[in-house]
Design a protein around this ligand. Sequence first.
Ligand SMILES: *Cc1c(COP(=O)(O)O)cnc(C)c1O
Length: 438
Amino acid sequence: MATPHEEYINAFGLLQQHHKWFQESIPLIASENIPSPAVREALCTDFGNRYAEGWPGERVYAGCRFIDQIEFKCIELMKKLFDAEFVDVRPISGVVANLVVYAAFTEPGDTMMALSIPCGGHITTGKKELGGTAGAVRGLIVEYLPLDYKELSIDVDKAKSRINELASKNRPPKLVMFGASVFPFPHPIKELTETIHSMGGTVGYDAAHVAGLIAGGQFQDPLREGADIVSLSTHKTFFGPQHGGVLSWEKYADKVKRATFPGMVSNHHLHAVAGLTIACTEMLEYGREYTSQIVRNAKALGQALFERGFNVLAEHKGFTQSHVILIDITKHGDGGTIEETLEKANIIINRNLLPWDIKEGRHFMHPGGIRLGVSEVTRLGMKEPEMNEIAKLVKRVIIDKESLEKVKTDVAEFRKDYQKVHYCFENATEAYKYVRIR
Ligand SMILES: *Cc1c(COP(=O)(O)O)cnc(C)c1O
């Protein structure tokens, strides 16, 4: 039996190994990113040990003098970035932000529409049978928005007829959630808002993946296109700490505030609010440059992989208009095995269901697709030529079936030049440097 002190040393050992591994790897998980050293510094402050229930200025606890000033500043900067009338930065994650949306705009038993998981939807918008948050936690009846498999976006005509069909059965959607976890192209909010509103429904938009792109002006602007409420994660294309948030209109402020507190949070991770405030300043200064590079990189990676024989979807549309590309990998194996093999060469991607996978009998553990996102490698300073290098390394693993040890060595060599976080005011500390303060 190890002593408590040995366990203590072991735990730190694992943390340090993780940092070293990421220094030598290519991180291509579409939902991940790397925050700046400034955000990391904010995350280990005393804010993370405090409580501040309620709205800033009207707290339930004492001791919030500086916490309130930061949270007000965070709200102000977020309003500016997203041109939003109302912002709540207390939801502690994207999942909690979606729960805030459900609590504010629906009642259990209401009908909600969203994309299914194989079509790119997230577990938070899932049906009760699947254990999804909307169905199993809020008790909503989830109906699916139809995806156009070729265009990789929502089919407007089919969506309209499905909404009308639900209305004719006296179950018009109380909430339609646009947005997805595989989100290469904008969703038709403008085209569907009138239909949804005419039946008394709310237009929601889950911007977990694309929040940074929206803030940087590179993707659709959901609030201008008709959304009543937008939920966020702040750590995917938005390069902040792991946290959440919602954007909405002044007329909904009271019910959204109440849904968040006392509904969904007690402490709301004040260190993350501080980190988010810092990330907002970086996004205001560098967001446009950073997000336009993301989109260029994603298109370049799609093109480079396509040219090397990979079936990257939506070639006719330039593969993507966001940070993410989706590849049908069935020519080369299944998504699960490919994910595992690439990880052995220190290329970190994730397997993903393709829209038609379930119908073809494939399962989440061994789906037909892989999903690649370029937010983190972009933050590390990579541009189009580096996307070409990444495509070569991926090809060497999957198509050429080269020795994984050999590719792994070359991945580490390639990564050596990209150890700093870009698009931030200060980067004295390397991106994945293990910082010891014991
Ligand atoms: C990642 C994701 C979420 C959840 O985000 P967390 O911040 O991890 O809770 C919600 N919705 C979508 C579409 C996502 O992709």
